[in-house]
Write a protein that binds this ligand. Structure first.
Ligand SMILES: *Cc1c(COP(=O)(O)O)cnc(C)c1O
Length: 387
């Protein structure tokens, strides 16, 4: 039986042609295709600015810098995320802490956030920014987070790496209605791909200008941004310390072509999810629940084992599935458990829901090209492992 991964890209002939066209054109690094891709994201997400980067990690880094997160600042995020959501704050010299998740959506809990803010205010340790993660593609409770951000005066970054194509209260994730900046990832396991790549969206032209500078060495050719008169036509100025985080035109052409397929990709994920929901309902599992406020992009289908009802351990079941060639995974190991973060002295008992989740979760295959036969193979393997 062939290996079934938990996620993978879907590349069509028009995607391939779009990349070949760029290879035969004058620009292959950041050029017109990047602008075209940024335009397609802006129009899809109803947002004024989009800055494409070579990864979502880079986009998170320049988002933090644009919000002037630095040494001595505090940034909070969800523990159930990829390490990049927290690392970006460390890159800037900030201190990171985590807010426990809720057990319905596995997103950062707004109730836990409020409780933590009340305590932090008393000891004068309020965060400068919160990075919320739309886990598995389902939006966080953004209205609640926005209210708290106004009350406690912190910035909000949406790590929407899982969530392009998703909606919150009928509006596209990425429109930054409840946040300063939103980030998407285009890694091949995500909803659409540019191989490696990411993007930052914002409604704020000042933040957009800063991120554009930071993406390319802090260099500008715009005389209006320069601190002195240009020496001549060759002149450019470095006005801040930036990086080479640019996306190539090859990647952007792939991204723009993938955008044409985005809605189809997401609705197929919903069909597959519905089928899993039906086929797995009798098993001792907690299936992912969907909030009425959100339309998920469904990056992941995480199941939680009702370990009280099974004789086998989490690890045993995971291993059995892997031995049946099912590419199950665990999204995610709580970030505070990573050795690098352990050195900062986090105590797992502060995050009971993240611990509960981690002790039971398994992500099973979900992607556009997953066939019914493959899905049946996954269901059979789960049935065998659990009964
Ligand atoms: C994938 C992912 C990232 C990093 O994306 P890259 O494009 O690989 O840098 C960041 N945050 C989350 C939640 C992710 O899933």
């Amino acid at each position: 039986m062939a290996f079934i991964p938990y996620g993978r890209q879907s590349i069509s002939d028009d995607d391939i042609q779009a990349v070949v066209d760029v290879l035969q054109s004058d620009f292959i690094t950041q050029g017109p295709a990047v602008h075209k891709f940024e335009d397609s994201i802006k129009s899809y997400c109803s947002v004024k600015h989009a800055i494409a980067t070579n990864s979502a990690t880079s986009a998170l880094h320049i988002a933090c810098l644009a919000l002037e997160i630095g040494i001595g600042d505090i940034v909070w995020t969800s523990p159930i995320t990829f390490v990049a959501s927290a690392n970006c704050a460390l890159y800037c010299g900030a201190d990171v802490d985590f807010v426990d998740i809720d057990l319905q959506t596995y997103n950062l809990s707004c109730d836990a956030l409020e409780e933590k803010l009340i305590t932090a205010q008393k000891i004068n340790k309020l965060p400068k920014a919160i990075i919320v993660v739309h886990f598995a593609g389902q939006s966080c409770n953004m209205q609640c987070i926005k209210e708290l951000s106004e009350k406690y005066n912190f910035k909000v970054i949406e790590d929407a790496s899982h969530a392009i194509g998703g909606r919150y209260l009928e509006e596209p994730i990425g429109n930054c209605k409840y946040s300063d900046i939103t980030i998407f990832s285009f890694h091949p396991v995500k909803i659409i791909t540019t191989a490696e790549g990411g993007i930052a969206t914002t409604q704020n032209s000042n933040l957009a200008e800063k991120m554009e500078l930071l993406r390319s060495h802090g260099i500008t050719r715009n005389p209006e941004l320069m601190t002195q008169k240009p020496d001549g036509g060759w002149y450019y100025q470095q006005i801040t310390l930036g990086f080479n985080y640019r996306m190539t035109d090859l990647q952007a052409a792939l991204g723009a072509s993938q955008m044409q397929h985005l809605d189809k990709f997401v609705s197929k994920r919903h069909e597959l999810k519905k089928r899993y929901d039906e086929e797995l309902q009798e098993l001792p599992l907690i299936l992912p629940s969907q909030s009425d406020l959100a339309y998920s992009a469904l990056h992941l289908y995480p199941i939680l084992l009702e370990t009280e009802k099974t004789s086998k351990s989490h690890q045993q079941i995971f291993n059995e599935l892997r031995h049946s060639n099912i590419g199950v995974n665990l999204h995610y190991i709580p970030v505070y458990k990573q050795p690098y973060y352990q050195k900062m002295g986090f105590d797992a008992s502060n995050f009971p829901n993240a611990e509960y989740y981690y002790n039971r979760a398994i992500s099973i295959p979900l992607y556009y090209e997953l066939s019914i036969e493959e899905q049946d193979t996954v269901v059979d393997a789960l049935q065998k492992a659990l009964t």
